[in-house]
Design a binder for this molecule. Structure first.
Ligand code: GDP
Length: 360
């Protein structure tokens, strides 16, 4: 499955946040693999549609889609040159599909900052510089090889374009621009190099709880990382929320002027950043959101439930969530002609409510 790696300087609240992620274990029963890897936390993606479906189908359980977060060891200045946790860090981050950078914005005299004072923009730059340096090293090694290949295959357009993409990437990185936001670099050509700054970024600002509702501050911090997504939370509060019953948690959130926990926001933004979407199934047992890549076909979607479903796929009975809800139940949606029979070529839409027919 797709994972998001959590990175950040020491003492910014990564462990606190990650513990909150893993304590959020209402899901553990459905996702046993979550407990196998100690550094993986599985978080449910909030989805109000599940409650509605459960109402229509009388489902006993709600099972949301999830996002996997991997706790990657702290990064320090010099990590790209193998200092500190250098190489292990880089290997872990290479395996992640997106990077979640935790940045300290809370002030606490009892918690030392590695660079003295609290300065989010400097911390972001420290980390991004390490990632950029690591990519520059990768490219420096790769370019002579790509040059040779381009020369040897002078008529091979792909080889020329790959070399050009590598040079463009070097230029962007030399200017201090991460490849995920650099313009005019054909990063698709560089996939085999597994570069770090190509991955999408999410920034998590760890604030004091009193600052959470400070719109001015949030705007200023968001501007530091635009066009990437920013999330604002208090890691300590998230840890508390993870221990509370749902109604108590809701109360605490409201007292802070929040409607949704930071973890829930993180899961939602992470899910979108990974280019994922969901389709839904429902019955008396459970209402469930299943994760697919955008553009997945009906058989591929069936394969997420079970590989046999994909192999033996015959057809899918599909109704959009909105059509189902406006009808009120399956029967009504069917009589209204809103329930479609789709075949192997069908490309799934987000929020399709589906029943698959298959041969075993
Ligand atoms: P890590 O090194 O990035 O994993 O940071 P930790 O999660 O271990 O946090 C370092 C210290 O900062 C711990 O003492 C935490 O209790 C504290 N801490 C984490 N988040 C917050 C926060 O939002 N506010 C305050 N005041 N302290 C925090």
């Amino acid at each position: 499955s797709l994972t998001i790696g959590i990175v950040g300087l020491p003492n910014v609240g990564k462990s606190t946040l990650f513990n909150a992620l893993t304590k959020n274990d209402a899901l553990a029963a459905n996702y046993p693999f979550a407990t196998i890897e100690p550094n993986v936390g599985v978080v449910g993606v909030p989805d109000a549609r599940l409650g509605t479906l459960a109402g229509i189908f009388g489902s006993a359980k709600l099972i949301p889609a999830t996002v996997d977060f991997v706790d990657i060891a702290g990064i320090v200045r010099g990590a790209s040159t193998g200092e500190g946790l250098g190489n292990k860090f880089l290997a872990n981050i290479r395996e992640s599909d997106a990077i979640c950078q935790v940045i300290r914005a809370f002030d606490d005299p009892d918690v030392t900052h590695v660079d003295g004072d609290i300065e989010p923009s400097r911390d972001i730059e420290t980390i991004n510089t390490e990632l950029i340096l690591a990519d520059l090293q990768t490219l420096e090694k790769a370019v002579p090889r790509l040059e040779k290949e381009a020369k040897r295959n002078a008529k091979d357009k792909a080889a020329q374009e790959t070399l050009q993409a590598a040079r463009d990437a070097q230029e962007a990185l030399d200017r201090g621009t991460s490849l995920s936001v650099a313009e005019g670099v054909d990063t698709d050509r560089l996939r085999e190099l597994n570069l770090l700054t190509v991955k999408p970024f999410i920034y998590v600002f760890n604030l004091d709880s009193e600052e959470l509702a400070d719109e001015k501050l949030r705007t200023r911090l968001q501007e530091l990382v635009a066009p990437s997504e920013a999330i604002f939370l208090d890691a300590k509060i998230e840890a508390e929320l993870a221990e509370l019953e749902e109604d108590e948690a809701q109360e605490l959130l409201e007292s802070l002027g929040q409607t949704e926990s930071g973890l829930a926001q993180l899961a939602r933004v992470g899910f979108n950043t990974l280019g994922l979407q969901t389709y839904l199934t429902a019955g008396p047992k459970e209402a469930r959101a299943w994760t697919i890549k955008q553009g997945a076909t009906a058989p591929e979607a069936a394969g997420v439930i079970h590989s046999d479903f994909q192999r033996g796929f015959i057809k899918a009975e599909v109704v959009s969530f909105d059509d189902l809800v406006s009808g009120g139940d399956m029967q009504t949606a069917r009589s209204a002609g809103k329930v479609r029979i789709e075949g192997k070529e069908y490309v799934m839409s987000d929020g399709d409510v589906v029943e698959f027919r298959f041969n075993v």
